[in-house]
Design a binder for this molecule. Structure first.
Ligand SMILES: [Zn+2]
Length: 303
């Protein structure tokens, strides 16, 4: 199934900090060469022009998205999301153990077998045996780099004596401006896209914070969808079609995909047009967000 493109969604998103945001760079100022940087500085990337700008690495965003997705799945079905990092006994608790750590010779096993033994979130985000369906670019600041950054001071309090245990230290935060990036998801069932949509909407509504200092109230963001572009291998009709509706009976059975009639969402206003062998459609602004909201209820039936 992974070798062929059945469907794809591309979401262009804009993230704005609502409360100060700090995505920590792995490098502390103490070890960095520039002594003018704060103790905890925002991660930066170098542009072609040589300028260094703050950005949100796609991997950081993906990590938050996945762990919130796992949390949502576990509220409906505890064993629906495995404990990816549960190699150590003391971390295992009551969570489902890592999906594939007990499977040996992963590279020799058929993809369908690994897929079927993987939990709901591994099927979406991948594990060491199967590739994920969700890809994220880095989220970059606007071209003129019009971000407002500020330096906050923090202290860590000793829990026993109440005295200052650390600090004061400086935190570099982005307080205003925006970052643009893209999420691409391929060969998804509508339920899987619904779970990703649910996790994104919670982040968009400020319920899930990004980066450092969540308990200090940092990292609440707003997400706006600029464009949602869909692509299908066959005509989805007036609406969206998941891989269960688009794949043939063999693939559907091999990967235990939902039945065709269950993997469709009717959206009467949506117009699809054929372009170069694919059927395409797109939504912008609030219509994009509305579409994601309609997908949300679909994941709970699938888990
Ligand atoms: Zn898993």
């Amino acid at each position: 199934m992974h070798g062929r493109l059945y469907n794809q969604v591309e979401m262009k998103m804009r993230i704005r900090p609502v409360t100060p945001l700090l995505i920590k760079s792995g490098q502390d100022a103490a070890t960095a060469l520039d002594p003018t940087l704060p103790d905890m500085n925002f991660v930066r990337t170098r542009l072609r022009t040589g300028e260094e700008v703050p950005y949100i690495p796609g991997s950081s965003f993906r990590g938050v998205l996945r762990s919130h997705g796992e949390r949502l799945v576990r509220t409906v079905k505890e064993e629906g999301a495995c404990n990816l990092f549960g190699r150590k006994k003391e971390q295992k608790g009551t969570l489902r153990p890592n999906c594939i750590e007990h499977l040996d010779g992963l590279d020799k096993r058929p993809a369908a077998e690994i897929y079927n033994t993987s939990c709901y979130t591994c099927r979406i985000f991948g594990n060491t045996g199967i590739a994920g369906r969700v890809q994220l670019t880095d989220f970059m600041p606007p071209e003129d780099n019009s971000l407002f950054t500020g330096v906050r001071h923090g202290v860590a309090i000793d829990r026993i004596t109440g005295a200052v245990a650390h600090g004061p230290f400086q935190l570099e935060t982005v307080t205003d401006g925006y970052f643009d990036g893209t999420l691409v998801m391929r060969n998804f069932t509508l339920g899987q896209l619904g779970l990703v949509a649910a996790a994104l909407l919670d982040m968009a509504d400020g319920l899930v914070a990004l980066g450092y200092g969540k308990s200090r109230g940092l990292g609440r963001v707003e997400i706006a969808w600029q464009k949602l572009s869909f692509r299908f291998c066959t005509d989805p009709g007036a609406g969206l079609a998941g891989v269960g509706a688009l794949a043939g009976p063999n693939v559907r059975e091999q990967f235990s995909l939902p039945a065709p009639e269950e993997d469709r969402l009717a959206l009467p206003e949506l117009v699809t047009a054929r372009r170069g062998g694919f059927w395409e459609t797109s939504l912008e602004g609030m219509a994009a967000r509305d579409c994601l909201e309609q997908l949300v209820p679909l994941w709970t039936a699938e888990v």
